[in-house]
Design a protein around this ligand. Structure first.
Ligand SMILES: [Zn+2]
Length: 1003
């Protein structure tokens, strides 16, 4: 090596640090006072808390305290005519505000525990004056939170910095010149000429620096300038970058802090846009924008202007970035409906992209939902987090259950918090699996997860990386613009068919069980309410409370956020959301009751009206006024019964309920002494349901040292503990044979009511648990005398098959899977489904169905799920597969009971002593009516149906209303074509798993 340098790459790194240290020179300390409150208060109330005068190093609060800070002081003579800034670090987060209290810049402590490999999160420099005057007054207010970006931290609440400082802009620029070249060099091989030329220039520049003054810095910059000016030839990869501040709507902090995180992050974005004309930023989640509109109206107006100008992308298309494993089908539709409507009304934008960078797996139902809402593109990061298998693509078509395809992109760097530094661009190129067929990839930069967003350092780097020899050129632009370019030559892109399963975070199918239960109950309650309201509105003009429904829906959608519904937030988030869920459910039930009673004309002693909101006629045993009756209720309608006139059906068959046996006319269940099941004999098909010499429904408690996201893949290797049976009682109640078991495990107790009803193939396990465990997981399992290579899992608007074996690493990785109302294993002639009313986590092998009932992680929610829980699951043996066996309807029926209301209904049809109405009926069994509601924009009726078996079907929808016009619409209720119809019916054709939305104008 004939050339020897004074500085090696490592030494140059130290010189870089020295340059950074010399940029700011504190010259005076500010006076600091604060008014501290436990919860945020407005600017007008800023002097209402506990008042403290604070010196540097003094503590101002504890975790989650809030404070309005007032900084005052004067510019000292030494700073006269100089470029002056303020340096403020409150070891928390803060927003500096203007005279009206509107945030103008977000601050983040430099000692945050953020992942430093992604960049430094600190934001502590507030511009003051480029030409300060001696004695000039400093008078500044800031709204602070005593928390780290990620919530709790060890060393909180200290005033670390409050200074007037000199700012050397030349050194600042040199720092970024030096840093970008140095990092580019370290990404190259030393034999590259580019490496050697940069090393040479950095050495020469370093040799200029002795006292680190402006003149030296200027000379150093001039030495580096030619290396920064070197451009690529014709590049084979172009990177599209956009600023991002991933703001989880709640996670390691409560919802209320998210509002302030929005104010801090977005004010920083607006401030940076003033300084950097190329800066393009994007943000999703109308919920967050709506908070900005409410709490920071002036800031919100500035955002609207930046959107109109094209500098700020409204990223679609959902109300929040929701979990898509657990959220129901209609809820996903509403996420888009409310999301798109907000962007249209507030910004005049129509997103064509679904932006879900951080969600824990993506349902196979999504591509169709997206296409039907006019969304062609899908962006995520998360599948690059897989534990076992590297997802093979970054650019691909994602094909859903029904065959719909959207163009998907995963920014290949594998993060949505990119540093935008040379190493990030090199990583993107290196990782990009589809660079063979595509010359374009995306990069999302900025501090995130707790908000913050891009700092000036990100934008300084990007200013130097537009076209820098050795790095793929980077252009800041809208992600939809990027997708449009990506879509242009898509002929060679691969297709990924089916769900995007995340090989991680399977604990989130179960954690925070009460939250998941409320979500299920709210989705179903809203479904019921909208239908009954529509009916009452059509029949008797009962008011349809659109605004109230919007408010309830939007709050339910908020709690589907990808760290709330999955259970991965701190406990306060659940304490608050559970209280709100209780309120929302009570409100929904009250509105339902009002609408039902509006449909009831008179109340006589013994008349009852039964409501069925499922789209098929149901026959069931019901206990009405303490008397059992076998009733038939029409589809999507009601029937009035006079108990005095209705004959009581006596039990013609013998039911058995004993400690050892439960038996009806269809099934005979045998119990072991420990309370588990030893055998289930199917009397109709003369076969055993359970695998011989096993026990079923043995309530197993596994060790689970995981957190809310994950539990060990190998948890089954250690034998489980079991709940111990303490007492059993049995009873026959009309058509029901019932065993009640009381169990105990440690301090936890569990009661199970096992019910077998006359004529029913369903064994219900109505369960109440007082769960007091830590790091334990409660599961039940059913080893079956049925084996198959695939299980069928209920998902949104359909079902999917998943392997029951562990042949490949991809099969093995799906150890825990998410299913909604049911999961099923069927042979050709016989199968068994496991139904549930609020559970999602399942483990399946070829002959075992196993359901995750409760977990008890300690982080991030402390003592998560230590509470009382109610849930029901049911075993449903049946002939044939899940279709022939009627599993889909059984799943709905367990979740949606017939409603009993006292009184006589108004009716359009009278038959004998019954008054009944079926508002909607569908001839084909495979077509399910999911939603009936009033149209968003007018008094038309919206009906949403889907094909549930995977069959092409032509069928008739009959309606108890006089139809003037029927349109087929998209999911946003925009008519696409008019359908031929008769006065009360329409013939429709559906493709396998098709979701069809109809809009009906009544005569
Ligand atoms: Zn997130």
């Amino acid at each position: 090596m004939p050339y020897y340098y004074l500085q090696t790459p490592d030494n140059l790194q130290r010189i870089l640090q020295r340059i950074e240290q010399e940029i700011y020179t504190p010259v005076a300390t500010l006076q600091v006072e604060a008014w501290i409150t436990p919860e945020p208060v407005t600017f007008a109330e800023r002097q209402t808390g506990t008042h403290k005068v604070l010196a540097i190093g003094e503590n101002w609060g504890k975790l989650w305290d809030c404070a309005w800070f007032h900084f005052t002081g004067t510019v000292p003579a030494v700073a006269a005519a100089k470029h002056v800034v303020l340096m403020i670090d409150l070891s928390g987060e803060a927003a500096v505000v203007d005279k009206e209290g509107t945030p103008v810049l977000g601050l983040t402590t430099v000692s945050s525990t953020f992942d430093m490999s992604l960049g430094r999160p600190g934001k502590h420099i507030m511009p003051f004056s480029k030409h300060a005057q001696d004695g000039e007054n400093v008078d500044l207010w800031a709204d602070a939170g005593c928390n780290d970006l990620f919530g709790a931290y060890a060393d909180s609440g200290i005033v670390k910095e409050a200074h007037v400082a000199l700012y050397n802009e030349t050194l600042y620029n040199l720092y970024h010149d030096f840093a970008v070249l140095h990092e580019l060099m370290t990404q190259l091989q030393p034999e590259k000429a580019r490496y050697q030329r940069i090393l040479h220039a950095l050495n020469k520049a370093a040799n200029e620096l002795s006292t680190y003054n402006t003149e030296e810095a200027q000379r150093a910059r001039e030495i580096l300038a030619p290396e920064l000016a070197k451009k690529n030839g014709t590049p084979s990869l172009h990177v599209s970058a956009i600023g991002h501040a991933h703001i989880d709507l709640a996670w390691l902090w409560p919802l209320r802090e998210t509002i302030r995180k929005g104010g801090r992050s977005f004010s920083t974005v607006l401030a940076m846009m003033e300084r950097y004309p190329d800066y393009i930023f994007g943000a999703s989640q109308p919920q967050l924008y709506q908070w900005m509109k409410k709490y920071y109206p002036a800031l919100y107006k500035k955002i609207q202007l930046r959107v109109a100008e094209g500098r700020w992308e409204t990223q679609g298309a959902m109300w929040v970035e929701p979990d898509t494993n657990i959220s129901g089908g209609e809820a996903l539709v509403r996420q888009i409906l409310y999301g798109m409507r907000f962007f249209r009304d507030e910004f005049g934008t129509t997103p064509r992209m679904l932006w879900l960078p951080d969600v824990f797996g993506y349902s196979a139902a999504l591509p169709q939902i997206l296409k039907e809402a006019g969304i062609d593109y899908f962006l995520t990061i998360k599948i690059s987090w897989n534990t076992f298998n590297t997802f093979p693509h970054h650019t691909f078509f994602w094909q859903g259950l029904d065959g719909s395809r959207v163009l998907a992109h995963m920014p290949p760097e594998g993060t949505y918090n990119s540093s935008a530094a040379p190493r990030a661009i090199v990583a993107a190129e290196k990782n990009y699996a589809d660079k063979v067929v595509s010359e374009y990839c995306a990069l999302l930069y900025g501090i995130g997860d707790g908000g913050g967003g891009p700092g000036s350092e990100h934008l300084e780097r990007l200013a130097r990386e537009k076209n820098l020899d050795g790095l793929a050129p980077v252009k800041q632009e809208h992600m939809e613009t990027f997708f449009e370019r990506l879509a242009q030559d898509s002929s060679e892109y691969p297709t990924w068919n089916g769900e995007l399963y995340l090989e991680k975070h399977q604990g989130t199918y179960t954690s925070q069980a009460r939250n998941k239960r409320f979500n299920r109950k709210m989705e179903l309650a809203l479904r019921e309410l909208e239908f009954i309201l529509t009916l009452a509105h059509l029949q008797i003009g009962h008011p349809y409370p659109t605004e109230t429904l919007d408010t309830i829906w939007q709050e339910v959608l908020l709690y589907q956020f990808h760290d709330i519904l999955p259970g991965s937030s701190i406990q306060r988030v659940y304490t608050e959301s559970l209280a709100r869920y209780q309120h929302l459910l009570a409100q929904t039930q009250e509105l339902l009751s009002q609408a039902q009673h509006a449909l009831i004309q008179q109340t006589t002693e013994q008349t009852y009206t039964l409501f069925n909101t499922l789209s098929w006629e149901r026959s069931t045993w019901l206990k009405i006024d303490r008397q059992w009756r076998y009733v038939t209720v029409p589809s999507m309608g009601y029937i009035t019964l006079d108990l005095g006139l209705l004959a009581t059906r006596t039990a013609e068959i013998q039911l058995t309920a004993s400690r050892k046996r439960l038996e009806n006319d269809v099934l005979r269940v045998e119990f072991a002494a420990d309370g588990s099941m030893q055998g289930i004999w199917d009397k109709e098909y003369q076969r055993e349901v359970l695998k011989p010499e096993t026990s079923a429904n043995r309530l197993a408690v596994y060790d689970d040292d995981g957190d809310a996201w994950d539990f060990s893949y190998s948890y089954r290797e250690r034998p489980p503990h079991h709940f111990v049976l303490e007492t059993v009682s049995e009873q026959i109640d009309g058509p029901q044979a019932i065993i009640e078991q009381q169990y105990r495990f440690g301090d936890s107790t569990l009661q199970q009511r096992i019910v077998l009803t006359r004529g029913s193939r369903r064994i219900d396990f109505i369960t109440h648990v007082d769960w007091r465990e830590q790091h334990k997981m409660l599961r039940t399992s059913f080893p079956l005398a049925v084996a198959a290579t695939e299980a069928t899992c209920d998902i949104q608007f359909g079902s999917i098959k998943r392997p029951t074996h562990r042949n490949t690493s991809w099969d093995m990785a799906r150890n825990e899977i998410c299913a909604h109302k049911w999961i099923d294993i069927s042979q050709w002639e016989y199968g068994v489904a496991l139904l549930n009313d609020c559970k999602y986590g399942h483990y399946v092998t070829e002959s075992l169905l196993d359901l995750n009932l409760l977990r008890s992680p300690m982080y991030p929610g402390l003592n998560a799920d230590q509470a009382e829980h109610d849930f029901t699951y049911a075993l449903f043996p049946h002939a044939g597969n899940h279709i022939q066996g009627g599993v889909i309807r059984a799943g709905y029926e367990l979740n949606v009971p017939v409603n009993i209301v006292t009184g006589t209904a108004t009716a359009s049809a009278t038959a004998g002593n019954e008054q009944s109405l079926s508002f909607a009926r569908i001839a084909a069994e495979n077509v399910v009516l999911e939603t009936i509601k009033k149209a968003e924009e007018n008094d038309d009726i919206i009906i949403r149906i889907y094909e549930a078996f995977g069959a092409t079907t032509t069928t008739t929808l009959s309606l108890a209303m006089t139809v003037q016009t029927i349109w087929q619409t998209n999911l946003l209720e925009v008519p696409e074509k008019e359908l031929e119809h008769s006065e009360h019916s329409v013939e429709i054709t559906l493709q396998p798993y098709e979701i069809l939305t109809l809009r009906i104008h009544k005569r």
